[in-house]
Design a protein around this ligand. Structure first.
Ligand code: TH1
Length: 818
């Protein structure tokens, strides 16, 4: 889009006056920020319904609907200015008005409607769909409170509510006209009408689902503005039946209101675990039913029969959280649209595809039959029928395989297995990295793989390289574009053109300078926030992600304790100064992981104030890791810690973001690390530890004795003992960690991998001292990072699963007319 500076300035001032009734220089930063967003929205004409804008033809193009309980979109303003190709014009124009664009950008709240990798993945995928010109809409919940904000107080995590809607969120547009009613509880009355069983959902609790739309704007592609539709739950105001039913019952009315509002009140802060709360199920049904009703309404505007539904609509479910799409779509087809079971089932299965994101048993969703029955009685009936037919069909096909049927059934022992519902009710099941998909096929879902081998496929995750490289690392982006041109922005694989520079000393020095500069930026931030000085020429060794036992932040901190012991004993030890940086949130109820934060902050306090170390090491726990902070951290990293227990991290996506910014991965052969290693080659990554099959064998057959590891390695024994021998203070704070390692036999093989981890770390530390060799490997990581762009991932989804076309060559922002 073209916008000349003067016309921008004029438009901006006019817009500001229109909204505030005064000149911009009298306004607050927030008012200036809002005026800019409003202006951009109008300029883009994105206040129109995205659907009408994108689709004027009578013949509907196929739509992809991405259903997810989490969209971790972060800030939009700065990113959209880049995508529109107007960041410089706007920045200069504002400057001439005496306004600093950075101040306005700082006003925007991070939209933190997700926990971590899964939520950020859905945001990256919407980004790439918009860029690739795929009509792809997000469907989720407009949580009033997003992921809690983290404070560190006395070394402990404290959670504060994330009141991100406090002011107003100027990107969203409330679409009251598209409000729908979602029905909970009540009873189902069955009646035979003209020989056909008909179902009436009666005395239900009505919940209004009100949509708020956020435009999804891809780089340089203004012909396609997609939509993220987030639903807010509101009590019904004028439903006669319902109001009169409860008339006079004041407390019931109050209870009703708060029960309804609770649905979209807050994001569940558990990552990779399933608490099984009734409210969570209500969230799941709420946004599933609301989203599907929009899809059906839109489809019916353009079509007069459902026979072509699966050719015009693809519904993707992000993990099992939206798996109620299966029975809800069946319900709509049968109860509202009068289709028979078989036809409804065919369309449903052909429309829905499913991504699994984890093999952790505690994350697999199971709902007690009783809860499902009382919250969603009609949906429960349909699930029961799907289960009955599935068992019958299996019995018919494999009469001898009773076990197989039991293992794969949807309802078993009074519980509904959501992953089974999702697999049976969809046409595609994918894992998120090659290793993860293989584990699904051979272990976790192996029975299903024998039944439906054709459904299984891999889609290795990807990240938005435009957000995490182009936006997050402007200096590196400039260096890249100066060397190989700008193609890489639209074609991430073009980053490979950097590879010839791996032997270009001048280039490598520039690369090192950029890194240094980014480290200074982070060092300044640390100084400002924490009043701790870190040396930007030390190695920045970084682990940022959710804190979770399987991700093994514990292994990292034990390594640091060991190094500290050794450095104190031998101050002349030849190890390059290092700053160890951690960041990440813990689910509020996850005590074990909370004690790991406390261990990190305790060691940080100790090490950072120990004069004997002469500043050779520092430990930083960065508070409140979120998308914005992430964008400052990845560009500043030398070492990317990706050290999960092999087999447990389905993919990881931080690993890709670090790589694209030229950090070297220190990791296990887990998740996408396996593919990163293949891409960069053994000499450009540092791999250690147990392999996935070794871990799985231990889990299956036993044979691991953590005690022996502890006994046989004095350095390890020492750090483990330090957890409880009073060296870290008199309280018993870390006894739980100690017990988990020894009494509970170290479920995540921290002790087992300790030796290879510390050895490998030390090699990496030495390697860093060979500046050119290091920089050259960093460059290989950037050059090979292109395949981990979400553009690549989305093209694979489009080709193999959704069967939708996309634009491969898209003109850049400057080349388009506005
Ligand atoms: C994560 C996986 O742990 C991670 O390995 C993967 O890269 C990411 O998803 C994206 O695919 C998961 N997050 C959640 C969150 C919930 C439940 C399951 C998972 S798996 C709430």
């Amino acid at each position: 889009m073209i916008w000349l500076k003067d016309s921008f300035k004029k438009a901006y001032v006019e817009k500001f006056i229109e909204i505030q009734g005064s000149m911009p220089n009298t306004g607050t930063s927030w008012e200036k920020y809002r005026a800019l967003v409003v202006l951009i929205k109008e300029k883009m004409k994105i206040s129109q319904a995205a659907e009408s804008m994108n689709d004027s033809s009578p013949d509907q193009e196929k739509q992809v609907y991405y259903f997810s309980l989490e969209f971790l979109i972060g800030k939009l303003l700065s990113y959209y200015l880049i995508n529109l190709g107007i960041k410089d014009v706007v920045q200069e124009g504002l400057e001439e008005l005496g306004i600093d664009l950075e101040d306005l950008i700082a006003e925007e709240n991070d939209a933190a409607l997700g926990n971590g990798g899964l939520g950020r993945l859905s945001a990256c995928y919407l980004d790439s769909m918009a860029f690739l010109g795929i009509p792809g809409q997000g469907n989720g919940i407009r949580y009033k409170y997003g992921l809690f904000q983290q404070k560190i107080v006395n070394g402990f995590q404290v959670e504060l509510p994330d009141n991100w809607l406090k002011n107003e969120y100027p990107w969203e547009m409330r679409k009251s006209d598209n409000t729908v009613v979602v029905k909970f509880k009540g009873h189902v009355r069955t009646e035979s009408i003209k020989g056909k069983l008909t179902f009436f959902h009666e005395d239900y609790e009505p919940v209004l689902a009100v949509p708020y739309d956020i435009p999804m704007l891809g780089y340089g592609n203004l012909n396609r503005i997609n939509n993220l539709r987030l639903w807010s739950a509101e009590p019904i105001k004028d439903d006669l039946d319902w109001v009169s039913f409860n008339q006079g019952d004041y407390s019931k009315a109050v209870a009703y209101r708060s029960e309804v509002e609770a649905i979209s009140y807050i994001l569940y802060p558990e990552d990779s675990s399933h608490a099984g709360r009734e409210l969570r199920l209500r969230q799941e049904y709420f946004f599933t039913a609301a989203g599907l009703s929009t899809i059906i309404r839109y489809f019916k505007k353009k079509n007069n029969s459902f026979s072509g539904f699966a050719r015009k609509v693809a519904i993707h479910i992000n993990d099992t959280h939206p798996a109620l799409c299966v029975p809800e779509l069946m319900r709509i087809f049968m109860d509202e649209e009068d289709l028979g079971w078989d036809e409804a089932w065919n369309i449903t299965v052909n429309t829905i595809s499913f991504t699994n994101h984890t093999i952790l048993p505690e994350a697999l969703e199971k709902w007690p039959v009783e809860i499902m029955k009382s919250q969603c009685p009609r949906i429960y009936m349909i699930i029961e029928e799907i289960d009955r037919r599935y068992r019958e069909e299996m019995h018919h096909m494999h009469p001898e395989k009773r076990d197989l049927i039991e293992h794969t059934a949807i309802i078993r022992d009074g519980q509904i297995h959501m992953a089974h519902l999702a697999v049976i009710g969809s046409n595609s099941v994918n894992g998120v990295a090659e290793l993860h998909t293989k584990i699904l096929k051979t272990q976790v879902l192996k029975d299903f793989y024998t039944i439906y081998p054709y459904k299984f496929n891999n889609k290795t995750n990807g990240v938005s390289h435009r957000r995490f490289l182009l936006e997050a690392n402007p200096d590196l982006s400039r260096l890249i574009s100066e060397s190989i041109g700008e193609d890489w922005i639209r074609q991430s694989e073009s980053l490979e053109k950097l590879l010839p520079y791996t032997s270009d000393t001048a280039f490598l020095e520039k690369l090192a300078d950029v890194k240094y500069h980014n480290k200074c930026r982070l060092a300044n931030y640390i100084n400002d926030k924490m009043n701790i000085q870190v040396d930007p020429s030390s190695i920045f060794d970084i682990q940022v992600k959710r804190i979770h036992a399987y991700k093994r932040q514990l292994l990292n901190i034990l390594k640091i304790m060991d190094l500290y012991n050794r450095w104190r004993e031998d101050p002349s030890m030849d190890i390059y100064p290092t700053t160890f940086i951690f960041g990440g949130k813990v689910a509020p109820g996850y005590q074990y992981a909370k004690s790991i934060i406390k261990l990190i902050t305790t060691m940080a306090q100790r090490i950072n104030t120990d004069p004997a170390l002469g500043g050779k090491m520092k430990v930083i726990f960065l508070e409140n890791f979120n998308v914005s902070l992430a964008e400052m951290i990845y560009p500043a990293a030398d070492i990317s810690e990706q050290i999960s227990t092999a087999s447990q991290e389905a993919s990881g996506t931080g690993n890709m973001k670090f790589m694209l910014n030229g950090a070297i991965t220190l990791g296990t052969l887990d998740g996408a690390n396996v593919e990163i290693r293949r891409a960069v080659g053994d000499e450009n990554i540092a791999i250690f530890g147990l392999k996935a099959n070794e871990v799985m064998n231990y889990y299956q057959w036993g044979g691991y004795k953590s005690w022996e590891e502890y006994q046989n390695f004095p350095r390890l024994k020492r750090v483990v003992d330090q957890l409880v021998d009073g060296s870290l203070g008199s309280s018993n704070e870390f006894a739980g960690i100690y017990e988990s390692l020894l009494r509970d036999n170290d479920q995540y093989f921290v002790l087992k991998d300790f030796r290879s981890y510390t050895d490998t770390w030390q090699k990496v530390n030495l390697w860093y001292q060979h500046k050119l060799s290091w920089a050259s490997s960093c460059l290989v990581n950037i050059g090979k990072g292109g395949v981990f762009s979400s553009d690549r991932a989305i093209k694979e989804y489009a080709d193999d699963i959704w069967h939708v076309p996309y634009q491969n060559e898209i003109p850049g922002p400057q080349e388009q007319s506005g």
